[in-house]
Design a protein around this ligand. Structure first.
Ligand code: BGC
Length: 722
């Protein structure tokens, strides 16, 4: 492995031999390998010619075909003047060939170590096929379930998102500061989308956002800070405007926030076509101005379009873009190529013929099954679960025997290996009779009647409803986040049979589940569980494993409540949720609180918390306080829970949220076992941005330790920061 000093020297030496055009070529990313021209731009030369001419530095690569990657790499290495290899990048989001639950799902595990393992497996599989860089993790905080991309992130909380950001960077890059880069088994990773993309107004993708400086710093930045601190190699600015300028063209976003405040010194790549989109945003009159603004703002790589190649040479010659800016970008890109090991062996990541031994390897499937189990959240259970051994099950609904369990952002070639819920239940010895009755949107002829007939003759109904994979992810915002009508008609018919009704929901976002809360005997949110879907779901439904997932995002009761999230600001007229006062902050026609809050999830065990105490009632600016508590499993079923520590700053110069998660831990407990658990609060956790600066303000803080963000029935603790 080369030292940073050696890399710097090699980069300078190479840079000194490059023409301006060759430098700019490194700053261009092709939109794919099958497109004849960059970004489908018919005026550009065919891609292979562009590579040979040194006009492409990196490439988006969806195909997962090591042979193709090798062919294109050989053009870069053998035909271009300086022989600089390409970096092949892919949206590896939640698995490569083995598919893990969607990130919103795996965030409900509250298990960063298991997520790290899953991501490391994704990297290992991806590197077999030529992939060297993952456009992942997606760190956008999302408070609006209408936005389809909630599925790709960790939900609504900055603390959880930051922990998972670190875990993913460590998994992809093989440790802190890219320790595993260059070993051929890890990939560079890219934090996205910087910043505020999740705040899209109305939940409509690509829409504008309005974020105050304090919210930007306190809510949206922390996960990126964690990812930068862990050493992520790349960052992708977001599509949206921040204070009137799209991130790719914003010196404030790229320089002030990313480079100066977060201290990021890696490569900045635009999002897809974001340079050209500055024209539609009303920030540039034409391609020349678009390239000028983005390059001068500090964008290193233009993704998918060709304006840098076309416009930058002249802009540099005219002195409009300083050559030092180009040199800075190219230094960072070349340094990454050295760190990835491809300057020494351009074919390090291409393993034609060896992929099969790695894809879907038994330990990969085992991790996928385990993470899927931990991701599912049991939302209701009146005793209908676990299903009795050998029970006769009427399994109905469009998701009952469906392989559409992988979710958005999946390019796995092994979709047919997805285990369906039906397979999972049958393998566990249940007598399953299955009837889809409807597609996701349309009733099947006679389907409901067939389902009713099966239901009449069963011990329990398992109703498998939800969304298909196209309904969440990018450009998949929904106004009505409901289970589609045809499926609701089936649900009503199942309820009318009077048989125990267990609902399993496949989804990429929180849906409105009020009907199911009222009428289902049990309700399990499965998200999109991935390749091992049916196994993981059956593990939980059978009681062989105990549900332990906790929501990383609130589920509204009604779309009119959106955004509804736990860490909201106080109001001057809070409502206690019970009184019929009028001039308080409430709706006339429904409650304020969500149906299921952040941190919530049930188990087949019951847990009790006792003797919660603080190591001190005072904290200095150097201290860390310890919060200890005894957690007891009061049932005869082994299980896991997530203990959560929330803090409230009672009075500060600017108002602080009613509650903020600061630490959490998963606790595994045998039947009737008790354990003492310790959580921590550091002064750093109490720091906040007041709109102008980061501050740490003396005063009183309340502490809540509980199994969810909902009000707990224990007395709250307090300490004073001196
Ligand atoms: C998405 C990014 C993604 C990129 C490349 C864009 O449309 O916003 O998240 O990484 O495409 O596929």
């Amino acid at each position: 492995m080369r030292t940073p000093e050696e890399i710097d020297r090699l980069v300078e030496e190479l840079l000194s031999r490059m023409t301006l055009e060759e430098k700019i070529g490194q700053m261009v990313q092709s939109a794919g390998l099958d497109t004849a021209a960059i970004g489908g731009d018919l005026d550009a030369a065919p891609l292979e010619e562009e590579i040979a001419n040194g006009r492409v530095g990196t490439a988006i690569y969806i195909q997962a075909d090591a042979k193709l990657a090798r062919r294109l790499q050989s053009i870069a290495v053998e035909k271009s003047r300086l022989g600089i290899p390409l970096i092949f990048c892919q949206d590896v989001i939640h698995g490569f060939q083995t598919v893990f639950p969607i990130p919103l799902g795996w965030s409900c595990s509250f298990d960063p170590e298991l997520v790290r393992r899953a991501v490391e497996i994704s990297a290992k599989e991806a590197t077999r096929a030529g992939v060297m860089l993952a456009f992942s993790p997606m760190l956008d905080i999302a408070r609006d379930p209408r936005w389809g991309r909630v599925s790709e992130g960790a939900g609504e909380d900055p603390c959880l998102d930051a922990r998972l950001a670190r875990a993913q960077v460590m998994g992809y890059q093989g440790g802190e500061d890219g320790a595993g880069l260059g070993d051929g088994e890890h990939v560079a990773c890219c934090l996205k989308h910087f910043v505020g993309y999740g705040a899209a107004e109305g939940g409509r993708d690509y829409n504008t956002v309005e974020i105050s400086p304090s919210t930007l710093h306190n809510v949206y930045l922390p996960p990126f800070k964690a990812g930068v601190d862990a050493g992520a190699a790349m960052v992708m600015p977001s599509f949206n405007l921040v204070d009137g300028v799209s991130s790719a063209a914003s010196p404030y976003v790229l320089q002030t926030l990313l480079r100066q405040e977060l201290g990021f010194d890696g490569v900045i790549v635009s999002d897809y076509a974001a340079v050209v989109e500055t024209i539609a945003h009303g920030l540039a009159q034409d391609g020349r101005e678009a390239a000028l603004r983005c390059a001068n703002a500090g964008l290193d790589i233009e993704m998918a379009t060709d304006l840098f190649n076309r416009e930058l040479p002249r802009l540099v010659m005219e002195g409009k873009v300083p050559e030092a800016i180009i040199d800075g970008a190219v230094r960072r890109i070349l340094a990454l190529k050295y760190r990835l090991g491809i300057m020494d062996d351009p074919y390090l990541y291409m393993h034609e013929g060896e992929e099969k031994a790695v894809y879907l390897a038994p330990e990969h499937l085992e991790t996928a099954r385990c993470l899927a189990r931990e991701s599912c959240v049991l939302l209701k259970n009146d005793g209908a679960l676990p299903l009795k051994e050998g029970a006769k099950i009427a399994l109905v609904g469009p998701c009952a025997d469906s392989k559409d369990q992988l979710g958005p952002w999946q390019f796995s070639a092994f979709k047919e290996r997805t285990v369906t819920l039906r397979q999972g239940l049958e393998e566990r010895g249940y007598a399953v009779s299955c009837e889809p009755a409807t597609t996701i949107f349309e009733p099947l002829e006679g389907g409901v009647a067939r389902a009713v007939a099966l239901a009449r003759d069963c011990d329990a109904i398992v109703l498998a409803v939800g969304e298909d994979m196209t309904m969440s992810g990018e450009a998949a915002s929904r106004q009505n986040i409901v289970i589609p009508e045809a499926q609701m008609a089936l649900a009503e018919a199942m309820r009318a049979t009077g048989k125990p009704l267990v609902t399993v929901v496949t989804c990429g976002r929180p849906l409105l589940l009020d009907w199911f809360e009222r009428h289902s005997n049990a309700l399990l949110c499965g998200w999109f569980p991935g390749t091992e879907a049916g196994h993981a779901l059956a593990d939980l439904l059978s009681g062989d494993h105990n549900p332990s997932g906790r929501l990383s995002i609130s589920f509204p009761r009604h779309a009119g409540q959106i955004p509804v999230y736990y860490n909201h600001m106080p109001t001057g007229r809070p409502w206690n949720g019970i009184s019929d006062e009028k001039f308080v902050s409430r709706y006339l026609d429904g409650p304020n609180d969500p149906l299921y809050p952040f941190g919530y999830g049930l188990s087949y065990s019951s847990f009790k918390l006792a003797e919660v105490s603080l190591s001190s009632g005072r904290m200095t600016r150097e201290d860390t306080l310890a919060v200890t508590a005894k957690v007891r499993n009061t049932s005869s079923v082994p299980g896991a829970t997530v203990l959560q520590l929330y803090v409230h700053d009672v009075a500060a110069r600017v108002s602080r949220p009613v509650k903020e998660l600061k630490d959490f831990v998963r606790v595994d407990l045998d039947a009737h076992q008790e354990r003492t658990v310790t959580l921590h609060i550091a002064p750093e956790d109490l720091r906040f941005h007041d709109g102008r600066d980061w501050v740490l303000v003396s005063g009183r803080f309340e502490v809540f330790v509980w199994f969810s963000s909902a009000d707990c029935d224990l007395e709250k603790l307090e300490f004073t920061l001196e």
